[in-house]
Write a protein that binds this ligand. Structure first.
Ligand code: AMP
Length: 222
């Protein structure tokens, strides 16, 4: 990754349909060209399609789902419009950082919420108003049950590393959260494997999804 990128790079990202504010962010991060999953997923996501993505970490999947969601938000609202569920607090912090970096110029507010962190601190920020919440399922459900995380205006739901979330025992929490989100929403599910339980969630909760599979070689390179 070089600190500057060529107009060529901007053109390739622009051809995917991304807004100028996002192109500027990608330019300043030195992204030279879209990764395969970004190339395949972004145009469909900008059309509002649901997506089942079979892709591991390191493929650029975070930008693939974050960029189109950011483009469709109306920043500055009082309740979240997008909820990204991840298996661990580390990933919550990492994805929230990415959302912040890509969405800064659009004025997007993002909050990571996870167990072990002060509840009242999370509450204070939620009350101020956030556009995107990145959460572990357990803590997200705590907030939903306490009435402190309103999902009525949610337009996009992402299940990131869904196989990991299931392996960590979050299946019931995920179903409980899915029961609380509006029917009219865009749903994205990412998993490194298509285990039967992942297929089950996809069948029940995704509407006519686009399927994107990204092969990773033995070195973990795309
Ligand atoms: P992810 O697979 O989402 O965890 O992303 C892996 C790493 O790739 C992160 O450090 C991203 O900042 C970086 N990245 C994502 N997309 C691109 C791109 N198009 N060009 C260069 N780096 C990228």
């Amino acid at each position: 990754m070089s600190p500057t990128s060529s107009p060529e790079a901007n053109r390739e990202f622009a051809e995917l349909g991304l807004a100028p504010e996002l192109l500027t962010a990608l330019d300043s991060l030195g992204y030279e060209e879209p990764t395969p999953i970004q190339r395949e997923a972004i145009p469909h996501l900008l059309e509002g399609r649901d997506l089942l993505g079979l892709a591991a970490t390191g493929t650029g999947k975070t930008a693939a789902f974050t960029l189109p969601i950011l483009q469709m938000l109306r920043p500055g609202g009082s309740v979240p419009q997008a909820l990204i569920l991840v298996p661990t607090r580390e990933l919550a912090v990492q994805v929230a950082r990415a959302v912040h970096r890509y969405g800064k110029a659009l004025g997007v507010n993002v909050l990571p919420i996870y167990g072990g962190q002060s509840f009242s601190q999370q509450l204070k920020v939620l009350k101020r108003g956030v556009d995107v919440v990145v959460a572990t399922p357990g803590r997200a459900l705590d907030h939903i049950r306490r009435g402190t995380l309103a999902l009525g205006s949610l337009q996009a739901l992402v299940l990131d590393e869904a196989d990991e979330m299931l392996d960590m025992g979050f299946a019931d929490d995920l179903e409980a959260i899915l029961a609380e989100v509006p029917d009219e929403r865009q749903t994205l599910l990412f998993s490194a494997t298509l285990a039967p339980r992942i297929g089950g969630i996809a069948r029940r909760h995704l509407k006519d999804p686009v399927e994107v599979r990204i092969a990773v070689d033995a070195d973990g390179d795309v």
